[in-house]
Design a protein around this ligand. Structure first.
Ligand code: HEC
Ligand code: HEC
Ligand code: HEC
Ligand code: HEC
Ligand code: HEC
Ligand code: HEC
Length: 447
């Protein structure tokens, strides 16, 4: 009982002191399911103990925060056992969900138990369900399994007890940094209260005019003298770290400039989902990965595409086919930043119906997401394509354990061809070469 009272008291004080900041983050008041965050703070009860803000401030039923099954104190009267579990109440795909849909970003454990059952959500960030898929195979193409691709290595292991996601078993901290892996959650990267905003001047900050809507989409409102918009994907900026995380992990870089098309969770069978990445993604990832790949591969503001690399990107179609042109060379498997934070340019570029397929120009740069996804992927180290295996398509089909050709089956690395296809966002094998090699060659003259 003492503990409950203490928790309640702490919350009360925090709530009272933070209420103005949080309340000023309120955006347009459209109601879920039309919108929930709307670029800013969603209704409190969507995340906090099913009760409105007033109840958060003064109710005697704070004890309802209760204890989780594991006996850990429930944090901040959240609706889930922990922050990520709270987000996943709305953001996880229900068991049986086979089609990509809206803002779902994690397939459920129940829908992934059998062979060839694949994560179903196809957002740019990627489906966290890949973390629940571990593959084993024999490198000799037969006999005992001697090779592994552990689920853990497929992405950011957010801790979400209610959904079966636990901390990474290998990385105790962010490689190249110090962020503790056992505290990695949705709110490590996204501000749950959506308080970071972009103003008409382009400046990003915590204060200023109220947030009127999401700022993530090509059809989002623009900020003006009367209102700001949320940062790209509610990503947190300078000074941020979750309130409950002790120690100094405050972000030093603001969120990137980027724009998503409104239809972003979809198969890329007939057209790519093109997020227009503008500027700052690499620097943002370096909030936690300070020294990763330092001096290894050029990227970010110091990773401009050279004239030669631009030429190669624009001519490359598939392995061995260099007949492409700059008006139609874009490939969402190998995105780059345009090198601008001009939102009129970014908004005119983002699409998912093949209207703009132009490739890079002078000023474009390599970024972390040229090679990785942000949440998870089907491959080790959440790369966008399988970098551990030279072959994507063999003899015209996606490699898979079910392949009739022994060569394809040996290259499958434990994946069913359906899983390989899904990890490539249900592209057609025919959109690649009959013998398709690594996508590094989209920027490099190699095959
Ligand atoms: C999208 C989910 C979400 C919404 C909506 C939300 N919160 Fe929170 N809130 C959280 C999470 C998650 C935490 C835990 C933060 C941590 O562990 O550091 C939290 C923590 C808090 C805290 C404790 C300290 C802090 O600031 O992090 C207060 C106070 C709070 N929320 C108040 C509110 C109020 C008031 C509203 C409505 C105006 C609201 N929250 C809306 C998710 C949400
Ligand atoms: C009550 C349901 C609900 C909860 C809980 C919830 N979300 Fe959402 N989320 C939505 C809906 C609906 C959308 C799409 C509409 C919108 O953006 O308002 C969305 C969109 C988003 C987006 C894209 C927003 C943009 O403007 O680009 C992000 C990022 C996001 N959620 C993160 C989170 C995180 C992190 C948490 C937990 C702290 C969380 N959500 C909790 C319902 C929810
Ligand atoms: C390591 C940082 C990080 C973590 C942890 C993280 N996100 Fe994201 N999230 C991002 C970034 C970066 C993007 C933008 C990806 C892009 O456009 O390529 C994003 C995009 C999204 C989107 C838009 C759809 C998409 O996938 O592109 C939603 C919704 C979202 N995140 C929700 C969540 C939820 C819910 C969690 C926890 C289960 C979470 N995120 C954990 C960084 C993170
Ligand atoms: C809030 C801190 C934080 C941010 C921001 C962040 N990461 Fe991470 N990242 C971590 C932590 C902690 C781990 C180790 C735990 C894990 O691997 O799940 C990690 C692991 C990784 C891994 C290794 C995965 C594996 O298991 O091999 C890659 C790759 C990665 N991050 C890329 C990125 C990229 C790209 C971005 C920017 C879109 C990013 N990270 C932003 C904290 C962060
Ligand atoms: C040109 C492609 C490329 C770019 C750009 C890139 N990476 Fe990687 N990354 C890789 C490859 C390939 C691996 C796996 C091989 C290795 O370990 O070096 C990897 C591995 C990693 C790992 C796992 C390393 C470990 O020790 O477990 C992390 C973390 C990571 N990358 C983060 C990032 C971040 C953060 C950025 C941007 C700052 C980034 N990467 C940019 C290709 C890239
Ligand atoms: C979006 C384009 C792009 C992608 C994708 C890309 N690179 Fe690069 N890479 C560059 C640019 C730009 C440079 C710097 C200019 C140059 O050396 O041509 C570079 C340089 C390099 C260098 C020379 C590094 C140095 O320090 O001089 C190597 C090696 C390399 N890349 C390997 C790779 C590998 C391996 C992959 C796939 C994992 C990859 N690149 C993916 C654009 C890219």
């Amino acid at each position: 009982m003492d503990k409950v009272i203490t928790t309640y008291y702490v919350l009360f004080v925090l709530a009272a002191s933070l209420m103005p900041a949080i309340a000023s983050g309120f955006g347009a008041q459209a109601s879920y399911p039309d919108g929930f965050h709307n670029g800013g703070t969603g209704n409190c009860e969507g995340c906090h103990a099913g009760r409105p803000a007033s109840a958060l401030r003064n109710t005697s039923s704070a004890a309802k925060g209760g204890a989780t099954p594991a006996g850990l104190p429930r944090q901040s009267m959240l609706n889930g056992s922990d922050p990520s579990s709270t987000c996943l109440i709305c953001h996880s795909a229900p068991a049986g969900q086979k089609q990509p849909s809206g803002f779902l970003i994690a397939s459920s454990r129940e829908s992934l138990s059998a062979v060839a059952q694949t994560p179903s959500q196809l957002t740019p960030g990627g489906d966290f369900g890949w973390l629940l898929k571990t593959y084993k195979w024999s490198s000799k193409g037969g006999g005992a399994n001697d090779s592994f691709s552990p689920g853990d290595s497929h992405g950011h292991n957010v801790v979400a007890q209610d959904y079966g996601f636990s901390a990474d078993m290998v990385n105790a901290v962010a490689p190249g940094g110090t962020y503790p892996a056992d505290r990695l959650s949705c709110i490590s990267c996204h501000d749950p209260h959506g308080n970071y905003r972009r103003s008409a001047s382009g400046a990003i900050g915590l204060s200023g005019m109220p947030i009127r809507s999401s700022g993530s989409y090509s059809d989002s409102a623009d900020p003006d003298s009367a209102g700001t918009v949320g940062t790209y994907r509610l990503l947190a900026g300078v000074g941020y770290q979750p309130a409950s995380l002790a120690g100094d992990f405050a972000f030093k870089a603001d969120p990137p400039a980027a724009v998503s098309p409104p239809a972003y969770n979809r198969a890329e069978t007939s057209a790519d989902t093109r997020v227009a990445y503008g500027k700052g993604m690499t620097e943002w990832c370096r909030n936690c990965h300070v020294t990763t790949h330092k001096n290894a591969h050029p990227m970010g503001s110091t990773g401009k595409l050279t004239t030669e690399v631009i030429r190669i990107y624009n001519q490359y179609v598939t392995s061995g086919n260099r007949t492409g042109s700059k008006s139609s060379s874009y490939n969402s498997l190998v995105p780059y930043e345009m090198g601008t934070d001009d939102y009129s340019v970014l908004k005119a570029t983002a699409n998912s119906n093949a209207t703009v397929r132009s490739g890079p120009q002078n000023g474009a740069n390599v970024m972390c997401l040229s090679c990785h996804r942000a949440h998870a992927s089907g491959w080790d180290h959440m790369t966008r394509w399988n970098l551990r295996n030279g072959v994507i398509v063999n003899e015209g089909t996606f490699v898979g354990t079910d392949s009739k050709s022994p060569a394809s089956s040996a290259s499958a690395q434990g994946r069913h061809s359906v899983e390989t296809a899904k990890a490539y966002y249900d592209r057609k094998p025919g959109s690649f070469a009959v013998y398709q090699r690594s996508m590094c060659s989209k920027c490099h003259e190699k095959d």
